[in-house]
Design a protein around this ligand. Structure first.
Ligand SMILES: [Zn+2]
Length: 143
């Protein structure tokens, strides 16, 4: 289980929860990151959904993810609007999880000028206050 913070450093949008994603979001509130795997072709399915996009099987199931990965791509956002206007600069990134999927997220707890592709990161969660939390990532020091 990973840290779930009640004090978010970035805006925390409320996710759209539906029957296909309810278990995913409930897990985030407990500091757990879930993915979905196809039992027929073994593909990891991201974003999580009940039907495998590779072989169309419905034989899929939730599986815990390590919450570790590397930055696949990133950018520093310096100008933004709305709720994000006052939190610039911040890092928008694709993180490639150890299990393979790439998720769009933010990198937090970092020097935005030093975040780089290939950096190792781990998940933390920022509580929405509504039974879910937004997964974000922070650098893992190389020590
Ligand atoms: Zn499949």
């Amino acid at each position: 289980m990973s840290e779930v913070r009640s004090e978010a450093v970035l805006p925390v949008p409320l996710p759209v929860v539906n029957p296909d994603t309810a278990e995913f979001w409930a897990a985030t509130a407990e500091g757990r990151l879930l993915g979905r795997r196809c039992a027929d072709c073994s593909s990891f399915i991201w974003y999580p959904r009940p039907i495998c996009p590779f072989c169309h099987s419905q034989n899929t199931a939730w599986e815990p993810l390590s919450g570790r990965g590397v930055i696949y791509s990133c950018t520093v956002v310096r100008r933004a609007g709305g709720d994000w206007k006052d939190v610039t600069p911040y890092v928008l990134a694709y993180v490639e999880l150890d299990e393979g999927p790439r998720m769009m997220t933010n990198i937090v707890d970092c020097d935005v000028e030093r975040v780089a592709i290939g950096d190792t990161v781990e998940v933390i969660f920022e509580d929405t206050g509504a039974g879910s939390a937004i997964p974000r990532f922070r650098p893992v020091s190389a020590s």
